[in-house]
Write a protein that binds this ligand. Sequence first.
Ligand code: G3H
Length: 539
Amino acid sequence: MTVLLDSLFPAATDIPEAWRLGDALEQRDYLVDGQLRRWDGPLATVRSPVWLNTDNGDQQVILGSAPLLDADTALTALDAAVRAYDKGRGAWPNMRVAERIQHVEAFLARMREQRSAVVKLLMWEIGKNLKDSEKEFDRTCDYIVDTIGALKELDRRSSRFELEQDTLGQIRRAPLGVALCMGPYNYPLNETFTTLIPALIMGNTVVFKPAKFGVLLIRPLLEAFRDSFPAGVINVIYGRGRETVSALMASGKIDVFAFIGTNKAASDLKKLHPRPHRLRAALGLDAKNPGIVLPDVDLDNAVSEAVTGALSFNGQRCTALKILFVHEQVVDSFLAKFQDKLAALKPGMPWEPGVSLTPLPEPGKVDYLNGLVADAVDQGARVLNPGGGQSRGSFFYPALLYPVSASMRVYQEEQFGPLVPVVPYRDLQTVIDYVLDSDFGQQLSIFGNDSADVGRLVDIFANQVGRINLNAQCQRGPDTYPFNGRKNSAEGTLSVHDALRVFSIRTLVATKFNEQNKALVSEIIRNRESSFLTTDYIF
Ligand code: G3H
């Protein structure tokens, strides 16, 4: 394995022409009030997880730089969003749904033109392989299409009146105000857009701050944002969260906080808001999803799902399987098969065909993972796979750790990287207690064939996590299914359908059902004197 890692990083000339980047990108633009403004202040250096093999040894690639806005400048973006919302009187929150959809469609068309630029930057900025980078882009476009479809359906159902207890009513969903949207570095496009797009399409105005890595890849979309929406409806800022986002939250002018990150950061930011009851939050947070392998199991399937579940995008998914509990009757075979599959995963650069293990974007991550391994090894675990835990620069070759026990850090900490801790168990109660006592409650996977065992576990775990996967890895998709979590793992539920509800509130126009009021409502509709009170049907 050492030999393999020796040749891991390419020389600049080894990189295929199509994936070369050219000059470093010095980005100074940010989007406020419908204008791309230039930032002349300090910049943050944007480094790639990719290193290059040079005459002076391995050198980390510098991709460019991005603005480090200060708090005052971030607040100008908030002011623009507040003005565009105009206490609910702005053109955007009052626009007919069909028109808002047209703006989003216009954006989507422009976004699609930037596919290759965004995909290339996904690979260079976060190390996601080509196939998954393309998937992230395409899945995001599909999500926007599906969101438009879901909103049309929602609006069609709201276009009719209801009559209850002599009260005539029309119920529609109305926006909440100004939304702050922040996504994570592992899905800097997709996860951000799964809140940003629903927030916009429901009539909210938005301040969007890109993730800590995956910053430059938003740049090709700034003109599309600028040209597709009225001024101030979408504003894009850059900088350190401590400085920029803290100021936004402390202003009390944020109405919806959409954030994917750690529960600690989410709590700290929420506490800054002076009127917490006026802040709605949609949060995707930490997780330590367990995979539970029962003794009666299709082992090949369990191993195959566990390998992709634990190691796709190097384990950097909130839904990744982060600890495996395997019954002692099958653990030896499980580990042998797991090692075989793991050995077949190809390390390399994100653009190389068939690559699945790539360098990690977070500085210090390799040291952190080494620390987890050392702690486990000190307490009796072994790294089973050849080369496991070897590293070079930003690359860490996955380590299969066994046997893992409760006192080891990796038993509780979310490694968010290519470490696979395996805990052998005899008594299922120890696994049940792990889930019950965990601070997290996103998802889990059960691998087994015995219907009585599996059925019993489903009932035990249904009140512990947001999704139970049977003989399958944990995952978010399909995006029409609810995605949420209990405990410290999430707040609120997202899906194509749910997100539209998260970013809006049901609002009712009601009147006593008599001749006079019927005439009034009919006149308003016939003369098109309201965009809320309307029976318009979107085709
Ligand atoms: O990082 C968390 C993502 O929502 C996981 O999504 O299961 O589709 O990779 P995924």
